[in-house]
Design a protein around this ligand. Sequence first.
Ligand SMILES: NC(=O)c1ccc[n+]([C@@H]2O[C@H](COP(=O)([O-])OP(=O)(O)OC[C@H]3O[C@@H](n4cnc5c(N)ncnc54)[C@H](O)[C@@H]3O)[C@@H](O)[C@H]2O)c1
Length: 308
Amino acid sequence: MLKIDLTGRRALVAGVADDGGFGFAIAKALAQAGAKVCVGTWPPALGIFQTLLRRGKMDESRKFADGSLLEFEKIYALDAAFDTLESAPAEVRENKRYKEQGDFSIAGLAAQLTADFGEQPLDIVVHSLANGPEVKKPLLETSRAGYLEAVGVSAYSMVSMVAKFAPLMKKDGSFVSLTYMASERVIPGYGGGMSSAKAALESDTRVLAYEAGRKYGVRVNTISAGPWASRAASAIGIIDAMVEYASNNSPLTDPMTAEDVGNAAAFLVSPLAAGITGTTLYVDKGYHTMGKATDARYAPPGDPGRNA
Ligand SMILES: NC(=O)c1ccc[n+]([C@@H]2O[C@H](COP(=O)([O-])OP(=O)(O)OC[C@H]3O[C@@H](n4cnc5c(N)ncnc54)[C@H](O)[C@@H]3O)[C@@H](O)[C@H]2O)c1
């Protein structure tokens, strides 16, 4: 039988701090396919994440069909805003949530992975993180600092991760990131330069696929996911309406799940996708194909998808 088999592979999933987002769902799918999974967690969220895990608060979501639990091989502190520890300002390095965490930069994580697991410790890297401090502001009202932070944390971090992690990957290694359709269509409410960051991330996916493909033989893809009420998305303030709208207006009206995204990511990083790189893969129940809402006001009588 043809199956997704990641046995003997190690994945790093950057951007897991609870069990409600895509990072967690991807980590679970990769583990289910046999991979060992390490995660990178933002230092301000690390303490609470470890406490919730220790107290068993995530046991239900960690459970596989056979009753066993998802285990993380190692949890690392990672702030993807910083390429090296030296580039972090003193007030960050001395902050109480950071100072006990060692080198939380992208380069620091690369060094720790090598120290923990030896040369070429990785096969799979998942970038499932984003942050736009002014996401609630329209682009017209976004400050330069807010815009640059959104692009730096949400897009440049992927460039930096490919630069620092690709040399640590075995041949046939694979990167995947998470993007959103606001990169290419206007989504009012997704502001602060986050739409710009996702456009950069998708463009960089193509260029990184070429450059890192030629240099290291790795693949680089991104998944354009439909709206999902994760912690990060809930901060935008309109996520429930976006989920409902997408479900009402997509070819497939069952709401998209994080598991849909996890399964697609497991395929993309697996040998079954060996011919796929530089791609933006939509996992959105087909919403991206639509050019018109299906409310009765807009859809003609007899339209098979017409909503009441
Ligand atoms: N939820 C959606 O509707 C949706 C849709 C399409 C794409 N996405 C993308 O999916 C990815 C995962 O987001 P999610 O919605 O699952 O939410 P999430 O809250 O589970 O994940 C976001 C993670 O980013 C981490 N993070 C923020 N700043 C960081 C930094 N500087 N360094 C390291 N980590 C940092 C947060 O701690 C959090 O764990 C993001 O790239 C997001 O833009 C989300």
